[in-house]
Design a protein around this ligand. Structure first.
Ligand SMILES: CC(C)(COP(=O)(O)OP(=O)(O)OC[C@H]1O[C@@H](n2cnc3c(N)ncnc32)[C@H](O)[C@@H]1OP(=O)(O)O)[C@@H](O)C(=O)NCCC(=O)NCCS
Length: 172
């Protein structure tokens, strides 16, 4: 498995559109929070740039970076969203790092690779010493990824009627 995990650039439009088509419309937030069919790609890149810098953020959003994972065929297999800081909502559910892999690419280690890339970014680019990562108690794949990366289970809380796990990871 070879994978390149990075921010989008202007040459990625067709890979991005193909990647978005992997997801049913109701699950599109697993691929993107800011793009919907018809959004101009250049405008989308500008939104991502502003998200990173914390400019003109929608209400309730914190600065964030989105990285996409490309396989060796140049296809986008998944993404990781990195929240630069936590707010009350993210502290409960969401945490610093959220990742997803399109269904046909699952169980090949991409999820774990996205988690590692997110942790590297938190440590090396953001200078964080500890991160919070959450997942549904029922999401075995996700908590396996978190625990393999060194996550320590802090709590299990009810959130929107669903039991969620909260893990911390020490980056020092
Ligand atoms: C969670 C998700 C990212 C996992 O991606 P993936 O690329 O399949 O993950 P990996 O291949 O790195 O597998 C990670 C571990 O989970 C295990 N795993 C993967 N899918 C599994 C499943 N459906 N049931 C049980 N274990 C599973 C793998 O065997 C592996 O375990 P191992 O480390 O013991 O070998 C993917 O299923 C997904 O995108 N789900 C929807 C979005 C989501 O839930 N994101 C997480 C939010 S907290």
């Amino acid at each position: 498995m070879s994978v390149s995990i990075r921010e989008l650039n202007p040459l990625d439009e067709s890979a991005f559109l193909k990647g978005a088509a992997e997801w049913p419309p109701e699950d599109l937030t697993w691929f993107t929070f800011d793009w919907k069919p018809g959004t101009d790609f250049t405008e989308h890149l500008e939104r991502l740039r502003k998200n990173k810098l914390g400019l003109d953020l929608p209400q309730g959003f914190v600065p964030s970076t989105m990285l996409y994972a490309f396989n060796d065929a140049g296809e986008i297999v998944g993404r990781v969203s990195i929240r630069h800081e936590l707010n009350a909502h993210l502290r409960e559910r969401g945490g610093h790092i959220g990742y997803s892999v399109a269904e046909r690419f699952r169980r090949r280690g991409y999820g774990a690779a996205l988690m590692r890339a997110g942790l590297d970014y938190c440590r090396n680019t953001l200078g964080l010493s500890e991160v919070l990562v959450t997942c549904a108690d029922s999401n075995t794949a996700s908590w396996k990824i978190i625990e393999s990366a060194g996550g320590v289970l802090r709590d299990k809380v009810m959130n929107d009627g669903e039991l969620a796990r909260q893990y911390t990871l020490d980056l020092r």
